[in-house]
Design a protein around this ligand. Structure first.
Ligand SMILES: Cc1ncc(COP(=O)(O)O)c(C=O)c1O
Length: 447
């Protein structure tokens, strides 16, 4: 039997691939996951407690991963996704609609699909820096009959907004809040942005694995002591997570939290500055964002996908590329890490950049919708794959999701316009991966 996954992973290890992407342990070179042993992959034998009914070591560990006295922490072994699904499901028994940002992760849409209830989409502001959604525009949002507001903070590109003000406004309207802080598990470290945990949000979910050194799928949901539907949410955590929780993942969350508590960011900022100097000397444009862990790289006249190929030719892997830029997720460098920092600098210096040119075609920015909207999950049972170009006026039967970042640009149930097709074609031309499009075909509802 072939073992293509194992083979490919081995290839990357042999190439000494350098990670500028998640997970935060950067190929086990950051943090203390060397304390984990494969032999620790055990099950709920005597003394190992039970994640779904914690009374002993798991309970003790969850107490110690607390970040704020107002919150209880619950480990998630199936990622932030499982926390998001649980909160949405818990609120399904309440009257009203969900109120969501347009840039919520697909797990939010999946949660809403499961409830088959309506979501109102908030008006949004768009970042001048990254051309991505940045924050809900609460001055142009209606608050009647909303039972739970869900927003992403920070966005994938590490951009932040005034989360305190947003939560205050929503709470004034008696709307409970869920903040998807998947990309902010390291927030509130010295000289990093403040976490949403500091502003009284009801539910905050953090992917420890993305930015801290934890194993993939290790996340934490923080539940405010006064959060409505708390018991229901905890009950659903048992529904949306495996009944065989990984002790390796749980132990890695514990170790990542210990790392977070002890972290001194001085070395990080020193190494980051030197990296920026090398990137700029090589010819790249470096753009800083609110989260110092994220960095945007551009090169005039070339798309992010092209820049990505130059990095990857040196076996350096960025987090993502879009039409304008690549996004890097930096390591939380520390004393005694084994991250190949000097090697990274050498490989960047070895990139031979083509001559700069004026951007062709990429100056045209495709306007993202930023007004309020409605999402009505529809059960579409009968659907057919057809060529994109023949799909005008048909109803989409599946979200269209450029990946990463995994945020739907067109939603199931939307009627397809010429402009939407133009944008889909554009995304494909950029060379990115787009879930929901196969060989230029999309799934449409049979009518
Ligand atoms: C904004 C956002 N929320 C949630 C998730 C899901 O997180 P997880 O992979 O921990 O389930 C992601 C993953 O990419 C994300 O980008």
């Amino acid at each position: 039997m072939n073992t293509p996954i194992t083979q490919k992973l081995n290839e990357l290890i042999q190439q000494k691939a350098i990670s500028l992407h998640v997970p935060g342990h950067k190929n086990m070179t950051i943090g203390r996951l060397d304390k984990l042993k494969f032999k620790m992959d055990m099950t709920e034998i005597t003394g190992l407690d039970d994640l779904h009914h914690p009374e002993e070591i798991i309970l003790e560990s969850m107490h110690s991963i607390s970040k704020h006295p107002d919150y209880d922490a619950y480990m998630l072994v199936n990622g932030t996704t499982s926390g998001i699904l649980s909160v949405i499901q818990a609120f399904s028994s309440i009257e009203g609609n969900y109120l969501i940002s347009r840039n919520v992760h697909k797990s939010v849409f999946h949660g809403i699909d499961l409830t088959q209830q309506q979501a109102n989409i908030m008006a949004m502001t768009i970042s001048d820096t990254s051309s991505q959604y940045i924050s809900p525009d609460l001055n142009h949002t209606h608050f009647d009959n909303q039972k739970l507001a869900i927003m992403t903070y920070p966005n994938y590109y590490g951009e932040c907004f005034d989360i305190r003000e947003a939560i205050e406004i929503l709470h004034e309207h008696h709307i409970p809040t869920l903040v998807d802080e998947a990309h902010g598990a390291h927030f509130s470290l010295p000289h990093f942005p403040k976490s949403a945990l500091e502003v009284g949000v009801d539910y905050v979910v953090q992917s420890y694995h993305k930015t801290l050194p934890a194993l993939t799928m290790g996340s934490v949901i923080y539940i405010h002591k006064n959060a409505p539907m708390k018991e229901e949410v905890i009950r659903y955590l048992g529904y949306f997570q495996t009944s065989s929780p990984s002790y390796l993942v749980m132990a890695s969350i514990e170790l990542a939290h210990q790392f977070f508590k002890e972290y001194d960011s001085t070395l990080f900022f020193e190494k980051k500055e030197r990296l920026i100097q090398v990137l700029e000397k090589t010819g790249f444009e470096v753009i800083k964002v609110a989260d110092p862990l994220k960095m945007i790289i551009r090169y005039s006249g070339y798309s992010g996908h092209e820049i990505q190929t130059w990095f990857e030719a040196q076996h350096v892997y960025p987090e993502l590329a879009d039409e304008y830029q690549v996004l890097l997720v930096l390591p939380l460098w520390h004393n005694q890490d084994t991250y190949p920092y000097d090697d990274l600098l050498n490989r960047i210096q070895a990139i031979e950049l083509p001559a700069m040119s004026k951007r062709e075609g990429t100056d045209e920015s495709f306007p993202l919708p930023f007004n309020e909207g409605i999402y009505i999950p529809r059960a579409i049972t009968s659907a057919t794959w057809i060529d994109m170009d023949q799909a005008i006026n048909k109803v989409l039967a599946q979200h269209i999701i450029p990946y990463p970042p995994g945020i739907p640009i067109f939603l199931k149930g939307e009627r397809i316009t010429q402009n939407m097709i133009k944008l889909m074609r554009y995304y494909l031309q950029q060379g990115g991966r787009v879930e929901g499009i196969n060989n230029h075909k999309i799934l449409v509802k049979d009518e």
